[in-house]
Design a protein around this ligand. Sequence first.
Ligand code: SAM
Length: 276
Amino acid sequence: MKSGIYIVATPIGNLNDISFRAKEVLNEADVIACEDTRVTKKLFSLLGLNHKKTFIAFHDHNEDEKAQILIDYVNQGLAVAQVSDAGSPLISDPGFHLIKQCHRQGVDVYAIPGPCALICALQLSGLPTNSFMFAGFIPNKDKARADLFNKLKDIETTLVFYETANRLLKTLHTAADVFKDREIAVAREITKIYEECRNGTARELIAHFEENEPKGEIVLMVAPPDENQKTQIDVEALLREELQKQSLKGAVKALVEQYGLNKNEVYDLALKIKNE
Ligand code: SAM
């Protein structure tokens, strides 16, 4: 096996989803970098893989510090496999800093593809897949969540987020305020026994999940805006209103942040209004 860093995807719920190549690489690698050594050792045991090798805990809190150690192993001629607890490493999971360092230091990197919750969710959703934007985990704080949704709401792609069961209802309430009647899909427990994908407006989904407590792992997706649903905003009117309330800089910042507008254009317009 060639030395290098191997990014290895593992199952997100169904053990049979491990690929032949992933098994081969995990079996033969000298070092396994994993988020939680107990979780990965259990996977090795379930798959009957050779676990007589070095397991290194590699997670969000020590990624920078451990990245160089892993690269040093590769420079000694060893093969290092990186896995997360489940699914595809680097996708809302550790690994980005390691791979960036590999590029800087000319270290070979290989991707061993496999399960990824966001891709499976999109496939199940019935929402457009020709163009989508993955925006990671939804913030827990109400304002941060509303700000994020407002920033993304006019983007003409399907939006994909990771979410947890205990926050789903709060998130759907924010979604109802921002996305109104747009179609939303909630994919749960993908590849597991209770896998489901439920579609509806945010209000319909709230009604459902108030009756049926959401459980398990969740991907939430929002359909792109229809032409007639796109926010039509009168930037000039809003800017005039803001300029009554605050400084030019503050007014520009407020509009840019709230509506995702081009800063220079809003600034020029604000100057024009001020100089009238
Ligand atoms: N890197 C992983 C991937 O992309 O497959 C995701 C890791 S992230 C820390 C975990 C989140 O992925 C969960 O909170 C959930 O939003 C989503 N997820 C993982 N497995 C899932 C599953 N079986 N069904 C639905 N969502 C899942």
